[in-house]
Design a protein around this ligand. Structure first.
Ligand code: HEM
Length: 233
């Protein structure tokens, strides 16, 4: 089933009858499959609540205003070459020194596509950090860079960075859809975030809604705003 109406999107995202499509639980320890079986994003019920709490506790110690300033400074220092800046700034705030494995691990994290390369990337990250910090880096990676890309495509000289970002979030979200399993019927449900947003751009569902919305919209926006300030001057 495809959900395109804003009210229905919110209703599905707020109803525990709909869960993320289950992921395999039998991956060997330290692999991508094992990681996906242990993160908040793909869990339900009490494990989800507990794992999500670990993320929000960690995020509480990271000040979005500092992320913004560091993202701006790093972008300027790298002469506008902003790719990787959001991840590097967030990683530093989380105490993770080497982010070179993030892109390969992030590529399989949402899709579930397993590969020796993705497994090696996850293993490398596990030598440096615990699951909550790794989850934040992998969740944030593509979405934050996607938001920056979409905003830069529309940027005009003199634009207010925060207004540009809010408009981009409402009309050009970096994540176009999210999926759920209907536990009553067994049907798979796809929520089309782009179409749902068009009906109510001022209360967009770009950061999700209900049971498991993005726990880090302020952090994501701060990272993106800092990069844009660094690029646009
Ligand atoms: C523009 C950037 C971002 C967007 C648009 C975005 C959007 C989303 C959305 C829509 C979800 C919910 C998925 C669903 O309901 O199926 C989500 C979940 C999540 N996001 Fe973000 N996100 C962004 C950046 C970030 C960043 C920078 C972080 C980390 C600091 C982060 C961490 C997470 C986590 C951990 C979850 C899973 C929450 C849970 O399992 O309960 N996101 N995000």
């Amino acid at each position: 089933m495809l959900i395109t109406r804003h009210a229905e999107a919110e209703a599905v995202l707020a109803d525990t009858r709909y869960v993320p499509p289950p992921v395999r639980q039998d991956g060997a320890e330290g692999t991508l499959a094992w990681l996906r079986a242990h993160v908040s994003r793909f869990s339900t019920g009490e494990p989800h609540a507990e794992r999500r709490r670990a993320l929000t506790d960690l995020l509480d110690g990271v000040d979005p205003a500092e992320l913004r300033e560091q993202a701006r400074a790093m972008t300027v220092q790298r002469r506008g070459d902003w790719r990787g800046v959001p991840t590097d700034v967030l990683a530093t705030a989380l105490g993770v020194a080497d982010t070179s494995a993030v892109p390969a691990a992030a590529a399989g994290y949402l899709s579930g596509e397993e590969s020796p390369r993705a497994d090696a990337a996850v293993a490398e990250l596990l030598t440096q950090a615990g699951l909550p910090a790794i989850t934040l880096l992998l969740q944030g990676y593509a979405a934050t860079e996607g938001l920056i890309e979409n905003a830069l495509e529309r940027a005009r000289p003199g634009d207010d960075v925060d207004a540009l970002l809010h408009e981009t979030l409402a009309w050009h979200p970096p994540l176009k859809a999210t999926r759920r399993l209907d536990t009553l019927t067994g049907d798979e449900v796809t929520i089309d975030l782009v179409t749902a947003n068009r009906e109510a751009p001022h209360s967009h569902v770009t950061f999700g809604h209900g049971v498991r919305p993005c726990p880090a919209p302020a952090h994501a926006l701060a990272l993106a705003a800092g990069v844009l300030e660094g690029v646009l001057g």
